[in-house]
Design a protein around this ligand. Structure first.
Ligand SMILES: *[C@@H]1O[C@H](CO)[C@@H](O)[C@H](O)[C@H]1NC(C)=O
Ligand SMILES: *[C@@H]1O[C@H](CO)[C@@H](O)[C@H](O)[C@H]1NC(C)=O
Length: 239
């Protein structure tokens, strides 16, 4: 009698374990939906003008998590078409802890691919791909570097919950990190210049510390997940 009960308890534990382990794949969007969500756009959008960076995911969970937990930056990008076809000047403006800076680059853009170019318009970076989006004034940029990132940009400073949800599904389809929503403070005028920043500036460290006190669980969750994935992989190898 006792033996039966032990067996059934073991079975129950096993079932719970199986449910928990398979939960992540159960929640993943269907493959067909992913095919559509990860398709590069067919028709290139008009790149010119200003775009606000809304959210970010990456194949390395800790990158967006630490970026947002420590620095909580805001970014905007301006594209200006040049006289040479497909060549644009891009200017990434950013604000981190009340300091602002800008990073101009020249890029090549055609259909759904863009990459940085040098002064001879030769590629100096791997290409980024523009993916499908149901949002009428958004761009989804998928990087292709040693650390891959997925960015949601919009003409608006904030997007709707439905638009964010679609972006989350795209990140999920790639099995990348849960997107981090970046700061939406796009006032790049009333801030100190990054050129004046000093590593000894107490204020910066204090701000990072204050922010981390509230957000430390985000990078911690990444670490936990990385350790879990690593253990699972190790277990699979040693099995
Ligand atoms: C980039 O943006 C910054 C700040 O908005 C501006 O001061 C700078 O002139 C711009 N650079 C270029 C090359 O457009
Ligand atoms: C991504 O990068 C890899 C290696 O650098 C390259 O082989 C591949 O063609 C790239 N894909 C795109 C879409 O640029």
């Amino acid at each position: 009698m006792k033996r039966d009960r032990d067996t059934s308890i073991t079975m129950k534990t096993l079932c719970v374990a199986v449910v928990v382990l398979s939960l992540s794949s159960v929640c993943r969007p269907a493959p067909l939906a992913c095919d559509k969500l990860l398709k590069p756009v067919d028709k290139s959008p008009d790149l010119s003008g200003r775009w606000f960076v809304i959210a970010m995911s990456s194949d390395v969970c800790l990158i967006p998590a630490l970026l947002n937990s420590l620095l909580w930056p805001s970014f905007a990008v301006d594209f200006t078409a040049q006289s040479t076809p497909n060549i644009y000047e891009s200017n990434v403006t950013f604000k981190i802890l009340d300091y602002c800076g800008a990073e101009p680059e020249t890029i090549f853009f055609e259909r759904n691919i863009l990459f940085d170019v040098d002064s001879n318009n030769a590629p100096i970076d791997t290409a980024e791909v523009l993916l499908h989006t149901g949002c009428p004034d958004c761009l989804i940029l998928k990087g292709n570097d040693s650390i891959d990132s997925l960015l949601l940009l919009s003409r608006r400073q904030k997007v709707t919950e439905a638009e964010l949800k679609e972006f989350r599904m795209q990140a999920d389809c790639l099995e990348w990190s849960e997107p981090e929503v970046l700061n939406s403070d796009h006032d790049y005028k009333n801030c100190k210049s990054f050129d004046d920043v000093e590593a000894t500036d107490e204020e910066i460290w204090n701000k990072m510390y204050e922010r981390l006190k509230e957000t430390y669980n985000v990078p911690l969750q990444c670490l936990t997940k990385d350790i879990y994935d690593f253990s699972k992989a190790l277990y699979a190898v040693t099995l």
